[in-house]
Structures are given as structure tokens and as C-alpha cells.
Design a protein around this ligand. Structure first.
Ligand code: ADP
Length: 151
């Protein structure tokens, strides 16, 4: 079984995240979208709501499940039997950030490979943090969220 964990804050899940997961489906038997919880960091949308939106996005896609986790991503991978970490790359800044995390994860567990997908060009400016800012100021965020999500 090829299992991939797609870790992130997903605060909130966007069409960019959705696209990465859908494009990864032919590569893996299952993809676990894993919402990382950080006790020191509250986030903007409650974790339960973030999870509900991800579940709505992939309802009807049996290969995708959603989970929450705390602690190291490699520990969560070991616990779930995942051999792969999935990440999306938008920009050179993403690359530098991901290089650090990916190489450290590899040192911690060489049995887990990080797989990167370049994002679709139309999503390269889409980030959860900008979506949060728009929402905070009363803007309509629906066009940035997956179609299945009911805001
Ligand atoms: P984190 O809190 O770890 O930065 P995010 O929830 O922001 O996580 O993102 C999770 C993953 O999705 C990261 O690999 C990130 O680069 C990727 N990602 C975020 N937005 C997009 C997008 N618009 N297109 C493709 N990948 C994206």
C-alpha cells in the first residue's frame, strides 16, 4: 500500500490544496490530509471546521481521508504506515522552506520520502493566509475554496 500524508494547517483548505491532492491520487493508494495542531498556535478557523471543509471537499473520493495530529509529521507517518509526505510548491520561497523541512524529515526517517508537486499556475498566488485576511475584512472567499465546501 502506497500511503501519503499531506500535512498542513489548512486554515482554510483552498483550491490549491484540493488540486495537489487530486493530482496525487494516481500516484498513491491513499492520501491522508493531516491537519497539524500546534498547542502554541490557535489558528483562525477552528480545527473541527477545517476538518469538516476538507471532508466536504473529498466526499465521494474513497482514497482520501482526513485526520488531525500533533507532534512530528514523521511520527504521524509511522503511526499510519505512510511512506510518503506530499507537499505543494508554489514559489522559490516555498522551495527554500520545504527544502529545510524535507531534508530534516529525511534525517529523522530515511524510510519516508517527501514528494513535491508543482502547483497549477492559476493557484500560485493562492494561500490560506491571504484567504484569511480577505475573510477577516469581510470579503467573499468562496471562489478560493473547493466547490464542495459550504461556508
Ligand atoms: P503549512 O501550514 O504547513 O504551510 P498549508 O496548509 O499552508 O501548510 O499548506 C500545506 C501544503 O500545501 C504546503 O505544501 C503548501 O506549500 C501547499 N500549498 C498551499 N497552497 C497551495 C497552492 N495554492 N497550490 C499548491 N500547493 C499549495
Amino acid at each position: 500500500m502506497k500511503i501519503a500524508v499531506f500535512p498542513g494547517s489548512f486554515d482554510p483548505v483552498t483550491r490549491g490544496h484540493e488540486s495537489v491532492v487530486r493530482r496525487a491520487l494516481p500516484l498513491f493508494d491513499s492520501v491522508i490530509v493531516a491537519v497539524g495542531e500546534n498547542s502554541g498556535k490557535q489558528g483562525y478557523f477552528p480545527v473541527d471546521q477545517r476538518i469538516r471543509w476538507i471532508a466536504e471537499t473529498f466526499a465521494g473520493e474513497p482514497k482520501v481521508t482526513v485526520s488531525r495530529y500533533e507532534g512530528l509529521t514523521v511520527d504521524f507517518c509511522r503511526k499510519t504506515g505512510a511512506g510518503f509526505i506530499l507537499r505543494g510548491l508554489r514559489t522559490a520561497a516555498d522551495f527554500e522552506f520545504e527544502r529545510g523541512i524535507g531534508q530534516m524529515n529525511r534525517l529523522m526517517d530515511p524510510g519516508i520520502e517527501t514528494v513535491f508537486l508543482l502547483c497549477e499556475p492559476e493557484f500560485s498566488s493562492l494561500s490560506s493566509s491571504i484567504v484569511r485576511d480577505i475573510h477577516r475584512h469581510g470579503g467573499d472567499i468562496r471562489q478560493f475554496l473547493p466547490k464542495g465546501v459550504k461556508v
